[in-house]
Structure formats: C-alpha cells, structure tokens
Design a protein around this ligand. Structure first.
Ligand SMILES: Cc1cc2nc3c(=O)[nH]c(=O)nc-3n(C[C@H](O)[C@H](O)[C@H](O)COP(=O)(O)OP(=O)(O)OC[C@H]3O[C@@H](n4cnc5c(N)ncnc54)[C@H](O)[C@@H]3O)c2cc1C
Length: 435
C-alpha cells in the first residue's frame, strides 16, 4: 500500500494552490499534483489579480509576490469598426498603501504561489498528470492514478482544481462534459514595449501604476464576447474571447478576431512597435450559476474553473478560484479537526459556505445574463454602433442646429433597433439579467 495523505489536490492554479495552502497550514498531510513542468507553466489569464481574495490567504503578499502594476484607472470601451465610445474611472485613491487590483503574469505568479504552498508544508509534484480518480468498492473516491509508473496515491479527500478543461472529473463522471455554450475560447498576446512607452501611452505616473481596458462591440464580430487590454510593467496583455458555440457557428478563426482588434484605430497606436513574445489560447467558463456542477461527494470536492466559477459580467475568475479553494480547504480542515469523515454529507458544508459568500451571491445575481446575451446578440453590435453614430452627430460642429441634431440622434438610435418598442424590450431584458 502506498503512502496515504489527508488530501490530494489536483492542479496548482489559484484554486488548487489556495486549497492546498489552507489545508497544509492547518497541519494536514497534503499532496499537490500539477501536470505542468512548473506551476503556472500552462496557465492563462488576462491578468488582473484581485487583492482581497489573496490577502485572506497570504496577508503579506504585497511584499513578496511578483506583481506588475497596481490598477489606478479602469476604462470601458464600446467599439464600432472605426471608433470607440468610452467611460474612464481613475482615482488617486487607488494609489493606496494596499491597492485593490494588480496586473500579473501568471507564469511567475503561480510559481510564487506554489512556493508558498510548499513552505506551508505540502508535498508538491510537478510534470505529473492525474489520469483517474480511484474509488473503493462502495464508489467512494479514495485516491488518484497518475501518468507515472507506480501504485495509486491515496487520500481521505481529492480536491479537483484542474481548471475548466481538466479531464479527471469528467472521466470520473463527477463533472459533465463541457457545453460549447458554457465556455468562451479566448486568445491572448503579450506584447512587449519599454517601461517608458507603457507609461507615456497610458498616462501613468511611475513604474507601478497601471490601466486596464475592457472592450465590447465590434471586437467580437457579432458573437457573445469581449476583449481586454491590460498594462504590465514592460508589456501589454491583449486578448479577445467569445463563446465557443459562436466560434463554431461563425467559423471565424479566433486569431483573425485578435488581429482585427490589434489593428483597430483606437488600439493600434497603443501597441505600435511592440514585440509579441507570447500567443496563447484558453477556455473560460461562462455558463454562470446554472452551469455549476455538483461540488462535492464521497471523498471529492471541486474548486475554481472546474466548477464554472467565473463571473463574466465583472471579468472575475481568479478571485473566485482562490475563494472556492480556500472554503473547500477550510471545510476539509474543520472536518479533520472534528474527527469527521470527508463523505458526501459532511462535505456539503463546502457548498453551504459558498452560498454564504459573494461567490454564489454574485453568480446567482447574474444567472440570467448568459442566456440573455446568447439570445440577443444584437445587444453587442447594434448599440455600440448607434452610440457611436449619436456621438458623431453630437460632436460634429456644422450648420445643423442643435435641436435638429437631437432629433437626428434619436432617429438614428431608433433605426438601429427598428423602433422604440425593441429598444424598450432590450432595456427590460438587460435590467432583468442585471437584477
Ligand atoms: C484569456 C483569459 C483572461 C482572463 N482574465 C482574468 C482576469 O483578468 N482576472 C481574473 O480574475 N480571471 C481571469 N481569467 C480567469 C482565470 O484565469 C481563471 O478563473 C483561473 O485561472 C482559474 O483558476 P483554477 O486554479 O481554477 O484553474 P487554472 O488556472 O486553469 O489551473 C488549473 C491547473 O490544473 C492543472 N491540471 C489540469 N489538469 C491536471 C491533471 N490532470 N493533473 C495535474 N494537473 C492538472 C493545470 O496545469 C493548471 O495548472 C481569465 C482567463 C482567461 C483564459
């Protein structure tokens, strides 16, 4: 019989690292298995790090973690083919002692996070893929098989932090197969520029300040999707993602979408003369609350993207991953402390803790959004174009009087949706989805 652990954690992304860290700190004997050569080697994110979720795990992270820039300005751009209409929020309050959001590069960040897990006492093995869950005769999960020679590895509980397209849970029947309507395919480039160029182009004061831009409209070519552009210290992370089912339907290759975004007149000057050093593609769970699978059973629990924990309305994922990982870890640690088994009934405490947290509250709030966007794609095309036309009419100074301009703007808007009734029903649908 091979060595027995209190817990085996599959994956060293934010979810797996958080679960493993909490359990190791609580004195549990934890084994973490990662298929990448190092933690983060295969991981993709925009990437904005939301400080609060990490601070709850590692209060001193700001002194140690490889952070790029802290975010002082958020922009939201609605694009049509030649223009963007934008909202910016910038505040010196974001230059606080403990900034709330940072940009990061996942490869270095995940390695740092994984080192903290090792420091806390977990045993970590990399370059090793978990292939199957092992069950006893009663169907209870008791360990894992890996692609290395040797006996299975056993534990009281297996925490699956294998990411959105991890296959272990699917093969074992504890997670359903991915539905193309529930995942976005995102492509991303990291484009290198000098530190000075990043600061000059984004009006940043100093090497630490950063800007993030979320982009909607023509960037997704009529599909349900968004783009992003984030400033790192010496690079720009730029990407676009749309529902996989929409890519299948339109047959537009994702790289074509990214190239179009890069050559948009509002974006091209920001990345001019940059050197692309990384091009990656990855899935993002976008099914929302209704796509969340069973989260635990006899001897197993699911955390992070593997459980569809992404709030696409607010572009939050890594914080949900860390929070679900933390709550799963705390549940297991509490059960151990109380001398209780990690069985189906007791592990329900994890779901209960999640229901009390912002994670489930937020996903529940937006549960209608994926369906509304999927059934109303014109929301992402007609309105950005109508707003851009209205802005043109409003801002051009010519011999047309202002009252006539206002009338023209109203009729341009009405025409964009074929009548006011359609505008009204769109507003109602969005209000319901946002409720
Ligand atoms: C383009 C893009 C941009 C994004 N931008 C943001 C953003 O700005 N902010 C934000 O908060 N979120 C963002 N997200 C979402 C965020 O990246 C995820 O929510 C987060 O990474 C989920 O963490 P995780 O640990 O659950 O999964 P992952 O980060 O995917 O980690 C899973 C880990 O499990 C390992 N693994 C998988 N299968 C096995 C196996 N069988 N055996 C061993 N190891 C295995 C993988 O190698 C990986 O290390 C973005 C995602 C994408 C794709």
């Amino acid at each position: 019989m091979s060595e027995h652990f209190d817990a085996i954690v599959v994956g060293a992304g934010p979810a797996g690292n958080s679960a493993a860290l909490v359990m190791a700190k609580a004195g549990l004997k934890v084994l973490q298995i990662e298929r990448g050569e190092t933690a983060g080697a295969k991981n993709v994110q925009g990437a904005i790090l939301y400080a609060d979720a990490l601070e709850r795990l590692i209060p001193e992270f700001r002194d140690e973690a490889p952070l790029e820039r802290h975010v002082v300005e958020q922009r939201v751009w609605l694009l049509d083919e030649r223009s963007h209409t934008g909202a910016h929020y910038r505040s010196d309050d974001f230059n606080e002692d403990r900034p709330n959001r940072y940009t990061i590069l996942r490869a270095t960040f995940d390695q740092w996070f994984a080192a903290k897990v090792r420091e806390a006492g977990a045993l970590q093995i990399t370059d090793t893929t978990v292939t199957e869950l092992v069950r006893d005769e009663g169907g209870r999960v008791i360990g894992v098989e890996t692609d290395r020679d040797g006996a299975p590895l056993y534990a009281d509980v297996v925490v699956l932090g294998e990411g959105v397209n991890g296959l272990v849970g699917q093969r074992a029947g504890v997670r359903p197969e991915l539905d193309p309507q529930h995942v976005a395919l995102a492509v991303k480039e990291t484009i290198f520029l000098s530190e000075e160029a990043v600061q000059d182009r984004f009006n940043l004061d100093g090497e630490d300040e950063g800007v993030v831009i979320e982009v909607m409209g023509s960037v997704s070519a009529g599909m349900v999707g968004t783009g992003f552009l984030y400033t790192n210290r010496e690079s720009i992370s730029l990407g676009v993602g749309c529902l996989l089912s929409d890519f299948q339907e339109t047959q537009i290759p994702a790289y074509v979408l990214l190239d179009r975004m890069k050559s948009h007149p509002s974006i091209a000057p920001l990345i001019r003369d940059g050197e692309t050093k990384e091009y990656v593609a990855h899935l993002i769970p976008e099914g929302g609350y209704d796509a969340i699978p069973n989260l635990s059973g006899d001897g197993w629990a699911i955390v992070g993207d593997a459980g569809q924990f992404v709030n696409s309305a607010h572009r939050e994922g890594s914080n949900l991953a860390m929070t679900t990982g933390r709550l799963a870890g705390e549940t297991v640690a509490a059960l151990k402390r109380e001398g209780l088994a990690c069985n189906e009934a007791n592990l329900k405490r994890y779901r209960h803790a999640l229901e009390q947290s912002f994670v489930m509250k937020d996903l529940k709030k937006y549960r209608r959004l994926p369906g509304v966007l999927h059934g109303n794609k014109h929301l992402l095309t007609a309105y950005p174009r109508a707003i851009s036309q209205a802005m043109q009419t409003f801002l051009r100074v010519d011999d047309v009087d202002k009252r006539s301009k206002e009338r023209r703007m109203m009729s341009q808007f009405r025409a964009a949706r074929g009548g006011w009734w359609n505008v009204f029903t769109d507003a109602l649908k969005m209000a319901r989805a946002w409720r």
